[in-house]
Design a protein. Structure first.
Ligand SMILES: NC(=O)C1=CN([C@@H]2O[C@H](COP(=O)(O)OP(=O)(O)OC[C@H]3O[C@@H](n4cnc5c(N)ncnc54)[C@H](OP(=O)(O)O)[C@@H]3O)[C@@H](O)[C@H]2O)C=CC1
Length: 450
């Protein structure tokens, strides 16, 4: 019998540690490389890897029970929506509990991944190149800032300070300033709330409205209401819509633009606090920016405000700096086409973990994706042929285009519960596909797809 494939896991954030745990449990040999001196990735405020997007006031917006890994609950004494350091401590505890720490090589980045027949050559920041039969990419997708494209007129010549939310780390950056926050996602509303307490004036500039969801509905974390993979989307979303209508009401009541889409057709913006600060007049809603002058910002409705700082909360690019240009370039579309959002349809042994933007938490998803990958590596899960994979990808893209607002932030969007159900079913389908194949070979990684 051939030796099990050797796997390289890139990153020890929440997705990488989920993969490491599953591989360790299954006895699949692997190395996990992490740029930083600790695990936790994006959830480590001030992470020495220099790419964490966390800020001092960050609290997770999926509830404790819904974000936890399936076999390692978050401590009951934590709040429903823990702070970044509590989330990071949970990942530390997970790594210790499952004995992962010794299996991770810290302060070591993956600099280059070169596919070759039967595997990959992986070059590390130490200069060493190692060979692997499989690579699990878990490098995250909220670390490479997307600035407004194109830049707003006047952005190059204005005297106003401009930063991306990625470089926002603490309230001192806002102190005493007149701040214009651009965007209507979760970074924007969190930073606008911080600015409303620490700045001299706060303007929230949105090119599109959002249905802002409070963290609690009827006394329960909103995501625990109808949040189950057993409940189909056609029941969940109308119910959630109704609850939202009866709790927050119309967004225009807070001075925000009316959303141009239905609830759940965009990545959710979750914040009870922003609604409160809008209601108190501590944040002034504004439409999109039309241009920046020397010291003022002009909006598309012709209004103008004096400003000291613009914070662009305009999202992130999907980036894989370790692949050659052109190999798998999300490019201007910010899109990566993967079978079941995990498997590269043309490069055997190349897997992506956590490369989804769920309406929900990523950790249980990363765990389930890792189970699928481990099954594939061990031969108990088989992929369809290449045409079958391409057909699934095309169908998924059509569904995303139909379901979500056209935006670069929605290219890897999934519904948490529906996708979790799909992964469970796909595991069964893959096992059925593997049954005849398994008679001839148990080894799949490194084999060319049919
Ligand atoms: N507390 C938490 O748990 C937090 C979680 N997050 C998560 O991190 C991820 C990234 O969030 P975030 O940083 O908010 O980014 P998002 O991609 O979610 O949102 C970007 C926002 O910027 C707008 N935008 C993009 N380009 C422009 C432009 N050129 N001009 C004007 N507006 C523009 C988008 O509008 P449009 O919709 O029109 O494209 C959208 O409103 C998400 O998954 C989010 O949920 C972030 C912060 C806190």
């Amino acid at each position: 019998m051939s030796a099990p494939p050797r796997v390289c896991v890139i990153g020890a954030g929440s997705s990488g540690i989920a993969t490491a745990k599953v591989l360790l449990e299954r006895g699949i040999p692997f190395d996990c490389f992490e740029l930083s001196d600790r695990i936790g990735g994006n959830w480590v405020w001030g992470n020495r890897n220099g790419v964490s997007a966390a800020y001092r006031s960050l609290h997770i917006n999926t509830s404790r029970e819904r974000m936890a890994f399936s076999d390692f609950p978050m401590p009951a004494e934590l709040p429903d929506f823990p702070r970044h350091d509590q989330v990071a401590a949970y990942f530390d505890a997970y790594a210790d509990h499952f004995g992962l720490r010794d299996r991770i090589t810290f302060r070591t980045g993956v600099q280059h991944v070169a596919p070759r027949p039967g595997g990959f050559d992986v070059t590390l920041s130490t200069g060493e190149t190692r060979g692997y039969e499989a690579v699990c990419v878990a490098n995250g997708h909220h670390w490479d800032p997307r600035w407004p494209e194109p830049a707003f007129p006047g952005a190059d010549s204005t005297a106003i300070e401009q930063i991306h939310s990625h470089s926002y780390t603490e309230e001192a950056q806002l102190a005493g300033k007149r701040v214009v926050v651009v965007g209507m996602g979760n970074s924007a509303v969190d930073i606008a709330v911080d600015a409303s307490y620490h700045g001299a004036a706060t303007y929230l500039s949105a090119r599109r409205g959002a249905h802002v969801i409070p963290k609690y509905v009827f006394g329960r974390p909103y995501d625990q209401i109808a949040g189950s993979e057993r409940i189909p989307g056609w029941i969940r979303w109308p119910l959630a819509r109704l609850l939202l209508k009866s709790t927050t009401g119309r967004m225009t009541r807070y001075g925000l633009p009316a959303p141009d889409h239905k609830f759940a057709q965009a990545h959710p913006t979750m914040s009870s606090r922003v609604l409160d600060r809008l209601a108190h007049g501590a944040i002034t809603p504004k439409p999109n920016i039309s241009r920046l002058d020397r010291s003022s910002v002009v909006f598309t409705d012709g209004s103008r405000v004096e400003a000291d700082l613009v914070v662009y909360c305009t999202g992130y690019r999907i980036s894989f700096p370790f692949f050659d240009a052109g190999f798998l370039d999300p490019g201007e579309d910010n899109e990566v086409r993967l079978y079941q959002r995990v498997f590269h349809p043309r490069v055997p042994g190349l897997y992506f973990i956590g490369l989804v933007q769920p309406l929900g938490a990523i950790m249980p998803i990363a765990e389930r994706q890792s189970e699928l990958v481990a099954d594939h590596l061990q031969g108990s899960y088989a992929l369809p042929d290449r045409l079958g994979m391409l057909a699934e990808i095309a169908k998924h893209r059509q569904a995303v285009a139909k379901r979500y607002v056209a935006s670069k932030r929605h290219t890897i969007q999934v519904d948490f519960d529906d996708y979790m159900r799909e992964l469970r079913r796909e595991r069964i389908r893959g096992a059925q596909r593997s049954a005849p194949a398994a008679r001839t070979s148990r080894r799949v990684a490194g084999r060319a797809y049919a």
